[in-house]
Design a protein around this ligand. Structure first.
Ligand code: IMP
Length: 431
């Protein structure tokens, strides 16, 4: 049975929500494998808007199993609030429809405090522009072997020992940043209070998914953020603290790499980025402003205005390679309607030499200038197109050129937030 991984192939906010919803309707299990509530996924179903951060998108579709894998960092208080909000919208969430891996590390209030304090203390050029939700510090504790994990909530003595281990590390750090020491007993009491709410969903996810696979069930692995924010292959250090690329889907839930049949990369027809860091094709002119306005480019988690720029084919070619993307879903093509000329970045120039990828060294990245190819735009509207024949010839030429330059075919083309406004070329589950 085919299993599909969906990853963002730029800096996040590529419009994954609509595509994931379309695919989750065709899946039995929907699993989140990295990130946390720094993600903001908006789903529009029958005119109703659902906003999700930590919950997998499958929860809004009845009859599916949604899974939060061990690759995620989980803020238990945020999750309980998110569940309550989504229940108010009539969505049924129970231990039959939601499972959380027992080995998932928790985000504690101390992580959010540390994240925000560090950002405030950072000097210009070192600020990352995080979502302030404690993601980085929680992952640091995971690899530092001092996380409180979901399973630890089940035993008072273990929980206390885990908290003490974390405090041993955090108190000196907090002192250095001028934050008050942690109230140990209050933190333990808070965790004990939330424990039953989380433990009811706790499960050995690796085992459950293994059984589902044996039973021939389809799994959709739902990525958050985008591959250019990957901790290894992104624009380090201006990245998130998890592996975002498709290989993480396996380790982030506990299945073998052979469980993944198809990787779908979500790609916006232009480029955006929230937060700090390099962005070679960024536009500071009226074209950038126009992309932001037409594309409604504001962050769903922080409300920050997104930086906008031309399509960077060199970067997407890179992310398609590191994630093994088989096909892309190209989104927001309609935002490009009405531009006289469209520019596509095909590579960079550095010290008089032409590069077909972005070098890793920050100093070199800063000196790279994009090499552009210009394409004629189109004046007609592509919004809501459902067939290739509905698209202007120049829009088709643009899409075809994108495919050539990124060395990956378009599997789906999305022309509005409405789920029906999609041209399907390849069904990832059938491929
Ligand atoms: P963090 O994940 O909160 O640590 O933030 C690190 C970087 O990733 C910042 O530039 C954030 O703006 C960016 N980021 C985190 N989550 C998302 C997302 O879901 N969409 C887009 N950018 C994100």
């Amino acid at each position: 049975m085919a299993n599909v991984v969906v990853v963002g192939a730029q800096w996040g906010d590529e419009g994954k929500g609509k595509i994931v919803d379309w695919l989750s309707e065709r899946s039995d299990v929907i699993a989140r494998f990295q990130g946390g509530h720094n993600a903001g996924h908006t789903l529009v179903i029958d005119g109703k808007v659902y906003k999700l951060n930590a919950l997998p998108s499958g929860v809004v579709r009845g009859g599916k199993l949604s899974v939060i894998g061990n690759g995620v960092v989980l803020d238990p208080w945020h999750l309980v609030e998110e569940i309550a909000k989504i229940r108010e919208q009539g969505v049924d969430i129970s231990p039959e429809t939601l499972m959380i891996a027992e080995n998932t590390p928790l985000i504690l209030p101390i992580h959010g405090e540390l994240d925000r304090a560090r950002e405030e203390a950072a000097s210009k050029g070192t600020k990352i522009g995080t979502t302030g939700r404690g993601i980085g510090p929680a992952y640091e504790d995971k690899v530092g072997r001092r996380s409180v994990r979901v399973a630890d909530l089940g035993d008072a003595a273990t929980l206390e020992a885990r908290v003490d281990r974390a405090l041993q590390h955090h108190d000196p750090l907090r002192k250095g940043l001028g934050i008050e020491p942690i109230d140990r007993d209050a933190l333990i009491a808070q965790l004990q209070e939330i424990a039953p709410e989380i433990l009811q969903y706790a499960a050995p996810v690796w085992k459950v998914l293994g059984d589902k696979r044996k039973a021939g069930k389809r799994i959709l692995f739902e990525g958050a953020q985008g591959a250019l924010l990957d901790i290894d292959f992104g624009t380090y250090p201006f990245v998130t603290s998890s592996n975002v690329i498709a290989g993480q889907a396996a380790t982030g839930v506990g299945v073998g790499p052979g469980a993944i049949n198809y990787v779908l990369g979500i790609v916006k027809a232009y480029t955006t980025r929230v937060g700090e860091g390099p962005f070679p094709t960024e536009l500071d002119d009226e074209n950038g402003q126009r992309l932001g306005e037409r594309g409604r480019e504001f962050g769903t988690v922080t409300g920050r205005q997104r930086r906008c720029g031309w399509f960077d084919a060199a970067l997407v070619r890179q992310t398609c390679a590191t994630s093994g993307v088989k096909g892309i879903a190209l989104t927001k093509l309609d935002v490009l309607d009405g531009f006289e000329t469209l520019r596509i970045c095909t590579g960079y120039e550095l010290d008089g030499e032409r590069l077909d990828y972005l070098p890793t060294a920050a100093e070199q990245q800063a000196r790279c200038t994009p090499v552009y190819e210009d394409m004629p735009g189109w004046s007609e509207s592509t919004e809501g197109a459902r067939r290739w024949v509905d698209l202007p010839a120049n829009a088709i030429k643009y899409v075809r050129r994108v495919e050539e330059l990124i060395d990956c075919p378009v599997a789906m083309l999305s022309t509005s937030p409405e789920r029906e406004d999609t041209i399907l070329v390849t069904d990832p589950f059938a491929d």
